[in-house]
Design a protein around this ligand. Structure first.
Ligand code: KIV
Length: 272
């Protein structure tokens, strides 16, 4: 199969829709800071997600719930400064959009104005339809997120695969069609059966980006720190680790400690 890709100067929401139409898969990774975002962007990733997984990865919280809108804006503005080609999508954090559409719009405007991000992402289907419409009406592109939605972890009680039962699968498909209809430019599907994800992707014309949703969708997303093996406690089946940076960095830092203690570092060439 061909992996040919069109070279875009700057990825836009329109380019992503075009990629789906042309059968070009979309790559998406998270980043939360300038240095990592620079590497991710240089490597040719199409979309950088400033995910609220920053709450786990950057701050060490057990869930995504504690991260605040101010903290998301801080992470996003660092990423935006680094991204020359990728589209930067920023998660609306828990508590910044659920209460009413006006709050959802206010939070989205803050993200766009204060971070320079290009789009927002929020979790949920018909329950938040009015909020999504309000944000879209202000000219802000919205990416949806269905399936396992980590901001609802206390409702689910577990991080296991969602939509295995017919009723939940049907609702998910309806929600996906609704998100397309009201004008979302893309959709994340997290941890659902691959057959269902493929059906959703075939039923709508906007790109479906999967995480733990199989290969029948229009693109893939992973949490950067998981795919480069910086984190090591978390090993779901869908995760492919391309490096083992936890081990490599621990070794390198251990070596540095040894060199400092033994006065091997700095050597004669490493001083003035
Ligand atoms: O916050 C995040 O990193 C996400 C991805 C897992 C899709 O929402």
């Amino acid at each position: 199969m061909s992996v040919a890709k069109k070279d875009y100067k700057r990825i836009t929401t329109k380019s992503l829709i075009e990629m789906k139409a042309n059968g070009e898969k979309i790559s998406m990774l998270t980043a939360y800071d300038y240095t990592m975002a620079k590497i991710v962007d240089s490597a040719g990733v199409d979309v950088i997600l400033v995910g609220d997984s920053a709450s786990n990865v950057m701050a060490g919280h057990e869930t995504t719930l504690p991260i605040t809108l101010d903290q998301m804006i801080y992470h996003a503005s660092s990423v935006v400064r680094a991204a020359e080609r990728a589209l930067v999508v920023v998660d609306l954090p828990f508590g910044s959009y659920q209460s009413d559409p006006r709050e959802a719009l206010r939070s989205s405007i803050r993200i766009m104005k204060e971070s320079g991000g290009h789009a927002v992402k929020l979790e949920g289907g018909k329950e938040i339809k009015e909020s999504i419409k309000k944000i879209l009406n202000a000219g802000i592109p919205v990416m949806g997120h269905l399936g396992l939605t980590p901001q609802s972890i206390y409702k689910f009680g577990t991080y296991t695969v969602r939509a295995k039962e017919e009723a939940e699968a049907e609702k998910l498909l309806e929600d996906a069609k609704m998100l397309e209809k009201i004008g979302c430019f893309a959709l994340v599907l997290e941890k659902i059966p691959s057959a269902l994800a493929q059906k959703v992707a075939a039923s709508i014309s906007i790109p479906v980006i999967g995480i733990g949703a199989g290969s029948g969708v229009d693109g893939q997303v992973l949490v950067l720190h998981d795919m480069i093996g910086m984190t090591h406690e978390f090993s779901p089946r869908f995760l492919r680790r391309y490096m083992n940076l936890f081990e490599d960095m621990t070794k390198a830092i251990g070596q540095y400690v040894e060199d400092v203690k033994s006065v091997d570092f700095p050597n004669a060439n490493e001083q003035y």
